[in-house]
Structures are given as structure tokens and as C-alpha cells.
Ligand binder design. Sequence first.
Ligand code: KIV
Length: 263
Amino acid sequence: MNIHSFKQWKNESRKISMVTCYDFWSAKILDKSDVDCLLVGDSLALVMHGFDSTVHATIELMEVHVQAVARGAKNKFIIADMPFLSCSKGLTVAMDGVQRLMQAGAHAIKIEGDNGHQVELITHIVEAGVPVMGHLGLTPQSVHALGGHRVQAKAEAQAEKLLAGAKSLEQAGCFALVLECIPSKLGNKVSRSVGIPSIGIGAGVDTDGQVLVLQDLLGVDPEFSPKFLRRYADSENLIREATNQFHADVVGQSFPNAGESYQ
Ligand code: KIV
């Protein structure tokens, strides 16, 4: 897969799959999977570090995780999130951040929002030769301004604004667009109105692709169950049962056995 595959697959109505990936060992596994591309999302601040929002992700943190993923997934297209405020402190700071993530091993970056300065910056980054994925709807870096993690653009005026934003991101040169937590009708409208693929999370069935956080689809945290999530495994039980079995074997002295010991 490369940057051209995104548009090609949209044109062929072939849906695109993306999952988040934050570390070396899961990158190695996902490298052998069928999934199309990997997102080193700033959601790693919550999932890997226990923060309460993505506001806590920094360029340094993102860089370490991108490096680990790039070492593990040598055959996948890797997109990395530009973290909180990294695109709002002027061109030089933003370009330094882009450079760090690309040199860490990303093939593209993702930027949340469609404000004037973001659209200008995206144009500049694209002109500099770096592919940019946009992100509209629920943009978690703005969680405090949005008043929480909630479905966006339910009202007609907001929906129109989001649609206009999607068009301006396409115009700025984005190669794809994440649509997060918006009504399915709007997910459909945006996807039909732009030439670049939309990748949805909680944006209905009509987006050109879907993205989920790996740990969510693996069922690592049973307490996290938003409406849009489908769990494909029960990893919380799997991990607990495996480690409990290990504990029981150690205490019961059945691990290690002679075959597991050096003679
Ligand atoms: O950071 C992230 O994981 C994301 C996805 C939810 C799209 O931005």
C-alpha cells in the first residue's frame, strides 16, 4: 500500500481498514495482518499511559511510539498524529514536529481540525512533500472546548460547517479524512461530497473506511463500550486467565518442568 492506494480504493469502492498501533510487539503482529494501514494515534496518551485525554500527548512521546511501530511494521503504511497544539505555535514549530515524526518512521501525519491556520499549515506541509490525513467531527484534542467526548454536528448548521471543512481539507491537499462520532447521514454526505476517502469511527456505514483503536477491538477494557465499538476478542479475560494459569503453575510447582529447564 502507498499514498495512491487510498484514492484508488475509494474509486473502486473497496473499503479501507485502519487500526491504531503504539508499540513494537503489536506492530510486528499487525505487520503480518491484512489490515491496510496503522495509525500511531495520540489516543496512546490514554491507552498506553493512563491519561484522561489526548491533551497530554507531546511530540517527544509520539516520536518514541512511532519509532517503535516503524521498527515492528516494516510493510505497513504508518500515519502519525500531530499532538495537542503542535500545529498552533507557528510554522517552524509545526514543521519541526512533522520532521520528527516522519524521520521517526511515519509515512504520513494526521492533523485534527479545519481552522484557518490549520488549513494553511496543511497546504504548506503537503507542498513540502508530506502526506496529510485530516480529522473532523469529534476532535479529541479539543475535548475541553467541545464539553466532552460526544457526537458532533447533529444540528444542520454544524453539519454544513463540517461539510465545508471537509471540502477545504481536500482542497488543502489532504489524502484522506478521519470522521469521528458524527451522525451516519452526515458521514454519508461528506463521503459522497469529497474525492478523498473518509475513514470513519462512529460515523456510520457509508464512510470509505473504518478505524478502531486496537485495544478496543481486542476487548482489553470491558468498561469502555461506546455505541460504535465492535469487539473482536475478549482479551481482558484471555490475559487474566493466562497469567492466572501461570501463577497457579508456579505456586503448584508444575512450571517449569524438566523440558523447560537447561541440563
Ligand atoms: O488517536 C486516535 O486513535 C485517533 C483515532 C480514533 C482516529 O485519532
